[in-house]
Structure formats: C-alpha cells, structure tokens
Design a protein around this ligand. Structure first.
Ligand SMILES: Cc1cc2nc3c(=O)[nH]c(=O)nc-3n(C[C@H](O)[C@H](O)[C@H](O)COP(=O)(O)O)c2cc1C
Length: 323
C-alpha cells in the first residue's frame, strides 16, 4: 500500500503516471487506458507553447479530450519566456489539472529550438521559465527530465534543487542520459539520488514493462511513483496490473482479449478524430502493440502499408485470426 500523491487540490492515486508521448498519448489511448483502470494521472503529448494559444480544442488532435479523461496533465514544450503566460492562459481554459514542463526531449528538431533536453544545459533560462510559469498559474506544476548530458552528480543536483526552489512540485525522471538510446538499461538508482536531494515527489520513468520491472525500479530508486511510456501502448492494461500488484488496488487483470482491445482502440480513434487523423495514429500505436505477438512485425507492417482505416482493420482481423 502507498499513500496517494497530493499536489494542491490534485490527488494522484495510485501513483502511476502515463508518460507524455508524441503521437501516442492522445484522447483515444487515454480512454483505452481508463477503461482498463489503474492509472493515477493522464498526460497529453508535448504541446508547443508557441502554437498552443491558436489551437482549436475541438479540432486539434493534440487537444481533443472527453470529460472522463481526468485528471489530465498537459505537457508544454517551451523555450522562451514570452510563450509562458499565453500558453498557461490557454491551459486554464482547457481545464488542465496539472502542467508539466518538458526538459528532457532529446529530438534534434526540439533541441534546435532551444527546448526539451537543450534546456538542461541552460539552468538560468529554465529558472526564469519556471519562475514565470509559477507566477502565471495556480495549477500543480511539474517537470520531466533526463539525467543530463553526462553523469554529473553535482550538476544534476543543482539543477533539480533549482527546479524545486522555483516551485516545481513533482519531478519525473527518465533515467537515461540525453544521448542514451532506449535499448540501454535505464539507470534507476540515479532516480534514487534525485529523490534523496529533494523534498517533492520524484517519479521514476524508463524501461518499465512488467510488474517485475516495476518492483525492481521501486527497489532501486525508492521513487514515489512510476511513469509508463511505451508500455502504455504495448500493454495498456499494465496500469491495472501494477495498481493491484504494487498497491493492492482494483481487481487486477485476468486474461486480456488483445484483439478486442485493438478493435476498441480503432473505435476510440473513430470517436475522437477526424477521418484523416485516424490511420496515422493507428500506425503509431500498432508499432508498439504488435510487440505482444511473436510474429507481431507482420501485424505492424500490414498496418503500416494500409491506405485506409477499413483496410487496416481487415488486415488486423486476419492477423488475429491466424495468431
Ligand atoms: C513515441 C514517443 C514519443 C515521446 N514523446 C514525448 C513527449 O512528447 N514528451 C516527453 O517528455 N517525452 C516523450 N517521450 C519519452 C517518454 O515520455 C518516456 O520518457 C520514454 O519513452 C521512456 O519511458 P518508457 O521506457 O516507459 O517508454 C516519448 C517517447 C516515445 C517512445
């Protein structure tokens, strides 16, 4: 058992977080996960703070949201001080329940904008951005980082203490250095170091794909909670499995009907998005979901080469019939 995490009025119980993931953590995946249970805090994908104010929340696939998707944290990708106030004003109109700052994205396009992981090299800029964000919102304010450019304990410690000092109320740590690929084992003990320096809750992220991984990660990090990224698309039921296995909450997960779950995801895509927005998101999801099958690459490539959602559904059904 664990106590829930409380941030201002927001109660996060169980302390299991959906990671922000571009192209994946949209309304349809969030609803699929909610139907399976066990998630404590949902997330959007990263949202450009510069573009956010002009996005139409009814049409933008990044902002579409149903009332049941709660609590929902919105992640901002930002680099300039003047972006902060308009972006937060927009999030207030959208009913955001928390705001997360992306300080970890290693994508070159993002770094060239001076955003994501590039910001971890500019502590003074981050300090000003966080101070401004703290001034502009009363919502819980969180941040997500990687471990930095190199393993530099003092630099990382100073950075994390600065974040806490400026009013960040929860920190998610993707336990890899900026340049480390996903195949590299995450450095969970480093999340424990961060936890030791701070008084705010620290959430461990990276490489959690099973209950056993979750237990190992908690043992190695002492983190206050866990954040699931790719596993949320591979096994959307893993939140329910962890809620039960780690915290004794909910009935757990029995036999999972994967084909039914996949078809439900297609239905949710149809409910959530305009027709031209659906297939790309199914392709993205299928890339991960296919990992559940020994011959999953056949499913992934069949969906990848589909030219319509109807064709993709037919191909998926014929794959499931044979597997
Ligand atoms: C397709 C994809 C998109 C991602 N997009 C974001 C994002 O928008 N913001 C962010 O902070 N991290 C993003 N990440 C990183 C994840 O949030 C997470 O830190 C990373 O996948 C490690 O966790 P995992 O091993 O559980 O997947 C993304 C990762 C993937 C695979």
């Amino acid at each position: 058992m664990t106590s829930p995490i409380r941030l201002r009025g927001l109660v996060i119980a169980p302390p299991l977080f959906l990671a922000p993931m571009a192209g994946l953590t949209h309304s349809a995946l969030r609803r699929l996960i909610l139907e399976l249970g066990g998630v404590g805090l949902l997330s959007t994908e990263m949202l450009s703070a510069a573009r956010l104010p002009s996005e139409n929340p009814q049409l933008s696939p990044y902002l579409v949201r149903t009332p049941q998707e709660t609590p929902l944290s919105y992640q901002l990708l930002l680099s300039r001080l003047e972006e902060v106030a308009p972006a937060l004003a927009k999030l207030h109109t959208l009913g955001a329940e928390a705001v997360d700052l992306n300080l970890g994205c290693p994508a070159p396009t993002v770094r060239r904008m001076g955003a994501g992981s590039r910001l971890m090299e500019e502590p003074a800029t981050v300090q000003a951005l966080v101070a401004e964000a703290r001034k502009q919102t009363d919502l819980p304010l969180t941040a997500k980082i990687r471990l930095g450019e190199t393993l530099d304990e003092e630099r990382l410690r100073n950075f994390c203490l600065m974040l806490e000092g400026e009013g960040i109320e929860l920190l998610s740590v993707h336990a890899r250095l900026r340049g480390e690929p996903f195949v590299r084992k995450p450095r969970w003990p480093w999340v424990g170091k961060v936890k030791g320096w701070l008084t705010i809750p620290v959430i461990a992220n990276g490489g959690i794909f099973s209950l056993e991984d979750a237990r190992n990660c908690l043992a190695q990090s002492g983190a206050d909670g866990l954040m699931l990224g790719r596993a949320a698309a591979i096994k959307p039921w893993l939140f329910a499995e962890l809620a039960h296995g780690l915290y004794g909450l909910g009935p757990g997960v029995g036999e999972v009907d994967k084909p039914a779950l996949y078809l439900r995801f297609i239905e949710l895509l149809e409910e959530s998005f305009l027709p031209e927005r659906r297939l790309g998101r199914l392709k993205e999801f299928s890339h991960y979901f296919a990992i559940n099958y020994p011959f999953g690459h056949h499913l992934a490539s069949a969906i990848q080469s589909s030219s319509s959602l109807i064709q993709a559904r037919e191909r998926a059904c014929s794959f499931f019939a044979k597997n």
